[in-house]
Design a protein around this ligand. Structure first.
Ligand code: FES
Length: 128
């Protein structure tokens, strides 16, 4: 019997090696990743996956996150607090997933997403 086809569309990459601004001994990304994953509903899990990543090149803005999906723009986001912004990250992933091309209008972004945008990159030609 074959495995059911996955419907996951969005991957949320969380950097797990960023150092906290106020304490370089602390790496808050793992806590954010675990809290985010725990907060996803079964419906969310059908379309969103969380993955750890080592460095997104935005080391001065922990916690850093990227959202990507085939054929969509990719966002790199920074300054996510591992406790206070978990709900905003979940809602950001939902709105990103619901968007047609990955672009979430500024007025529709949760606060942490609106303030945390580092960059957005168009879908690669291989993914259209
Ligand atoms: S170590 Fe996290 S973005 Fe570089």
């Amino acid at each position: 019997m074959s495995e059911p086809e996955t419907t996951v569309q969005t991957t949320v990459y969380v950097c797990t090696v960023c150092r906290a601004k106020d304490d370089p001994e602390v790496r808050p990304g793992q806590a954010l990743l675990e809290a985010f994953d725990a907060r996803l509903s079964p419906e969310d899990r059908a379309i969103v996956a969380a993955e750890p990543v080592e460095c997104l090149g935005v080391c001065s803005r922990p916690c850093t996150v990227a959202m990507a999906a085939r054929g969509k723009w990719t966002y790199v986001l920074g300054d996510f607090d591992s406790v206070d912004h978990v709900d905003d990250l979940v809602e950001s992933a939902r709105r990103y997933s619901a968007s047609e091309n990955g672009l979430v209008p500024k007025k529709d972004r949760p606060d942490a997403m609106r303030k945390g945008v580092v960059s957005r990159t168009p879908p690669g030609p291989f993914a259209r």
